[in-house]
Structures are given as C-alpha cells and as structure tokens.
Design a protein around this ligand. Sequence first.
Ligand SMILES: [Mg+2]
Length: 258
Amino acid sequence: MKPLNKISKKELNQIKMIVFDVDGVLVQRGTKIKQTGHITTFNTKVIAPRQIEQIKKLHQKGFLINISSGRGLYMLQEMFREILPFVSLTYECGSATWYQGKIYQHINSFQYVQKILPKLKRVAERNENIKGFEPKEFIITVHCKKRDKKIETVVRKDKDFCTIWNGEAYDVLIKKRQTKALGLKHAMKIFKLKKQNVMAIGDNYNDYELLQASGMPISADKSRLKGKFYVPLKGKFLPADKLMQKILSPIGDNDLIG
Ligand SMILES: [Mg+2]
C-alpha cells in the first residue's frame, strides 16, 4: 500500500466514478441509537459544508459520485440532501441504488429477513447489551454495547447468513451475496463503466468486497482494510476530504497533501 500522495495524474485519468463509504470516510464514525419498546431514537449526521463544495467540484469536473453505505436510504437522503442532484446512493450494503429519484433494486432479501429476524428479536428481549434494531429494508442491523455471543450463535446456525461487526453494530447479511460489491457491479452497469474506471474508498470490514471490485481501492483504515493506496483515518481532515483535495488539486503529482 502506498500513501495517497503517490497517486499519479495518469492513474487518476482513467477514473470516471468515485465510490465513497459514509461513516469514517465522508462523516465521522458512529451512530447513536436507543430503542425502548416501539420508540426508536437516533441522531442524524449531515455532510459538512466543506465536503458539499468538494463533491460539487468533482461533479463539475465530470466525475460520477456514488455513495455506498450500510445505512438505509431515508437516512442517506437526509445526510446528503444538499448534494442529491450530483450523486447516486447505494444503500444497505449494496442492496439497492437510488439515482435521480429512481430506485434500482439489486437483491430480494425478503424471505431471508423473514426467516431470521424473529430469532434475533427473541435474543434481544431482556438483553441489556442490545441497544436496538436500526430501521432497514434489506438487511438487519443490530446495535450492541459490545459483541454479543447470542446474536453470533443464531447467525452461525444458519448457513445463509453472515454477520459483520463494525465496533458498534452487527450487520446480518446474506452470505457472499449481500455486499457493497453487489451494488457496485450494478452501478457500473447503470453508468456503463469498467472496473478500471472506478475508485472506491472505505474504512471498515464491510468495504472489503467493494474495494476488491474497484480498479483503484483506497483504504481509510490500514488496520482493517487493504487498498492500492491508503489515507490516514486520523488527522485534521476526514479521509474523503483528503482524497478529494488530492483529486481536485491542480498540481497533481507532486503536491503537499500528506
Ligand atoms: Mg465506514
């Protein structure tokens, strides 16, 4: 892995679409959620004015912008309201894509969710460790204070599913199929792109397949993900900010961004 400032103009020239993970990349990590009975409360983060300007500039330069997240569409639309005309949103770990008001569904997980959700709900009853289920359509996301053996056991018993623990929640997904790469493959068809035209940046385990499926993977957390290039997770600027600074920089090859 090379630091981002080693990326050359030549390598950038073939990129037509940039795929951004959300948490830890475009906004700070962390979702606060609380569930009591049928009342669910959570905070919504919004994209910072600085990132809005950067994304608008990328759009003006002719780049396609795809935002790929484990979050639900309703939340992403609120977070990115100001830049919706310039982006496509791939949500719930590659399950569907929103673009210009149209929805492209990439997987039908209905029967799967029906099968495992009641079991997970049962585990969550009177379990102090479980904070709540995030409202989702295609995947199941269970927020926990810490890792939960019972959740892991329920999922492990069913060969159709896997879990990804991201430090604050489990995503319960259809094994091997429901990944951000599924969303990217469909987005590439929608926009008629080849793998080498796609740059993707992510910071967490659920970005693994996404980065693999892109021609230019950028890791925003070297400890969790491998990329062709990396951006440090910590520092004054968010990883997406650093990446966009680099792409928008007129000097290109030999500028000063670390
Ligand atoms: Mg992330």
